[in-house]
Design a protein around this ligand. Sequence first.
Ligand SMILES: Nc1ncnc2c1ncn2[C@@H]1O[C@H](COP(=O)(O)OP(=O)(O)OP(=O)(O)O)[C@@H](O)[C@H]1O
Length: 307
Amino acid sequence: MTDRFVIQTDRLTRYFGRRAVVRELNFAVPRGSVVGLLGLNGAGKTTTIRMLLGFLSPTRGHCTVLGKDSAVLSPEDRSRIGHTVEGHFLYPWMRVRECERFGRETHPHWNGAFFEQAVRRFGIDTGAKVSWLSRGQRAGVSLASTLAGEPELLILDDPALGLDPVSRRALNETIIEFCDSGDRSVLLSSHLLDDIERVADRVAIMVDGRLLVDSKLDAFRNRMSGCLVRTDQDPTLSHPIPGMVHSRPVGDRWHLTFADADQETAAAVERIGALQVEPDEVTFEDAVLAYLSRSRMGHSFYSGAAS
Ligand SMILES: Nc1ncnc2c1ncn2[C@@H]1O[C@H](COP(=O)(O)OP(=O)(O)OP(=O)(O)O)[C@@H](O)[C@H]1O
């Protein structure tokens, strides 16, 4: 088990006061995979990551990272885990090349070539002081320092926050290259669906502290489907449709999004008695938004997490 998964949680739960922010999370990150962790603001992603890194205790349940209980990670364990946090902490008075030297002296493993390459990709002058750098450039130095430590597992919490498109591309390319150069795993929390689709091979979706989807990205995309129906009112109000995740009005029609649609789904759509029904494409973004929008509307959820 330990070898196959770099992260495992068992009924991981966290309350703040009386409020459950992470609920009964059973989640595993297979070694060598890049998992995109998605969820609306406040879904519990950062709280989960803080528990994984041992910065916050679970109220119930537990989690392991690289086979070790997160609550008791040793400095040696931590050196195998790279993580970046919002704000990209760096010493403002250091020059970029001093950041590199500082990293080299404080990390047991250090890949200077990786640092150089990442910094170059972000267009950063190594003679510049951190305080002179833009937000995107600071993110680049922070990421370069993290990756140069050659962690087995990288945990990134919203690393693209506030980055321009060029810096975002540099970030994505750096992550992809990092994964290509070894048996490395990444947990990437982000709101940028394009980036997740480009970089990740698995997707996990949290809604109100629960994990609703945990799947290979391709499988997730393939199991979702949709159709457009023309009716006078929301067709799902009177007719429960098996597998339906979400419905939304599109002009004078309704778009219905399904997970694992089957004959029962088709029969239920038929019973609506719509004037017109036609299949409609569901993109990765549509599929994710179907789950997320459903939560915002306060419906109960489709509970089948994909394998
Ligand atoms: N220390 C704390 N005390 C009380 N509530 C907290 C604390 N930390 C987080 N929360 C609450 O827990 C909920 C989940 O927060 P969390 O930061 O995990 O969400 P998130 O999914 O990372 O959101 P975002 O996408 O906005 O970063 C939020 O409602 C937040 O206000």
